[in-house]
Write a protein that binds this ligand. Structure first.
Ligand SMILES: Nc1ncnc2c1ncn2[C@@H]1O[C@H](COP(=O)(O)OP(=O)(O)OP(=O)(O)O)[C@@H](O)[C@H]1O
Ligand SMILES: [Mg+2]
Length: 359
């Protein structure tokens, strides 16, 4: 197994666009890292540099201890799955998966064995003779996956492989991809603009914004302790509030936002907050309507917006003096009827609040 290390990787296109800005990250052998960020933040450019399809303006790509910058794409041992043009339309499923092996001059009996092995792996063993036009979107993406895996790559790169699929199919194929990755133990970098997909799939998530990798960490750490305002707003639901620091001590910051004074936990190793403005990220699970919150300080707000989600209700609380309405979630019990405009009391669980300062 091979790890991947990107060191101070930068890409400036001839147009002057700085698509990737001094990006450094190490992916351990067998690890699954997802890179997530909005459209245009540099995800595809990063993957293409790893694959050798794009030349870095500066910085290095390492596979293990080997610097790959001068190694041509077909010799890098990467499997690639892209969103578009995922399969060759005129070739059968079998021929699609065989393609990369033929290019590598693998003997025909070995081609046959590996194609069938990988089609079975993605559950398409019976469809080898079909053409892409005779397959569903989900099946097509599985062909693309089998084709990428059949060359037994040391690194698997996936660029938005599920974005053309409907929500249900996306969820089921992403579970399959995750199982396959575990089973094969292949070092995987998965790029998506869908933060939920990234959180649910990856061992670690990297959040990218305007070419810069702003934070890398396990999904829970990214969600619970976003390092920047952008990460806080892009990953997970919640409310961003403007406040200021009241006091700080080891592992804790007292912050004030409008009427709310909160003792916010600080992640281990984080630099202490400085006197001045802070942003607060209040996750919906932090907002507890009063019945559930005996003993804690209680504030009052007006229900502004309600959405029925099935098992849950999502709503917003307008609180006098706060810079934004607070997003909350509560179980949709028939007897607990919330109504728009209703005044409710609430408390906040500071464990689901994080704070930070702009650089
Ligand atoms: N070949 C190119 N020449 C010039 N600029 C480019 C080229 N490819 C991409 N860019 C620009 O570089 C930036 C990053 O593009 P990139 O395709 O890496 O983003 P992305 O994160 O993959 O976006 P998306 O989620 O929309 O796929 C964008 O501003 C884009 O317009
Ligand atoms: Mg892209």
């Amino acid at each position: 197994m091979t790890g991947v290390r990107l060191e101070q990787l930068t890409k400036i296109y001839p147009t002057g666009v700085k698509a990737v800005d001094n990006l450094t990250v190490a992916v351990a052998p067998g690890e699954f890292v997802a890179i997530v960020g909005p459209s245009g933040c540099g995800k595809t450019t990063t993957l293409r540099m790893i694959a050798g399809l794009e030349t870095p303006t500066a910085g290095s790509v390492y596979f293990g201890s080997r610097r790959m910058n001068d190694v041509p794409p077909q010799q890098r041992g990467v499997g690639l799955v892209f969103q578009h043009h995922a399969v060759f339309p005129t070739m059968s499923v079998y021929e699609n998966v065989a393609y990369g092996l033929r290019v590598r001059r693998v003997p025909e009996h070995e081609v046959r064995r590996r194609v069938m092995e990988h089609l079975d792996l993605v559950g398409l063993g019976d469809l080898a003779q079909r053409t892409p036009a005779q397959l569903s979107g989900g099946q097509l993406q599985r062909v693309a996956l089998a084709r990428a895996l059949a060359i037994q790559p040391s690194v698997l790169l996936l660029d938005e492989p599920l974005s053309s699929l409907d929500a249900k199919l996306r969820a089921s194929i992403r579970t399959e991809i995750k199982k396959l990755q575990r089973q094969l133990g292949i070092t995987t970098i998965y790029v998506t603009h869908d933060q939920e997909e990234a959180l649910s799939l990856a061992d670690r998530v990297g959040v990218m914004h305007a070419g810069v990798l702003e934070q890398v960490g396990p999904p829970e750490a990214i969600y619970r302790a976003p390092a920047t305002r952008f990460v806080a707003s892009f990953v997970g639901e919640g409310t961003l509030l403007e406040g200021h620091l009241v006091s700080a001590r080891d592992g804790l910051a007292v912050v004030q936002a409008g009427p709310l004074r909160l003792e916010v936990p600080r992640p281990a190793g984080a630099a202490p907050l400085q006197p001045g403005p802070v942003w607060l990220c209040v996750r919906p699970e932090a907002v507890q309507l009063a019945a559930e919150s005996e003993g804690a300080p209680v504030w009052e707000g007006a229900v502004e917006h309600l959405e029925f989600l099935g098992s849950m209700v999502r709503g917003e609380l307008r609180v006098h003096g706060l810079s934004a309405p607070l997003l909350f979630l509560c179980p949709a019990r028939a007897e607990s009827s919330l109504a728009t405009g209703q005044r409710v009391r609430f408390s906040i669980d500071p464990a689901a609040v994080s704070a930070g300062q702009d650089a």
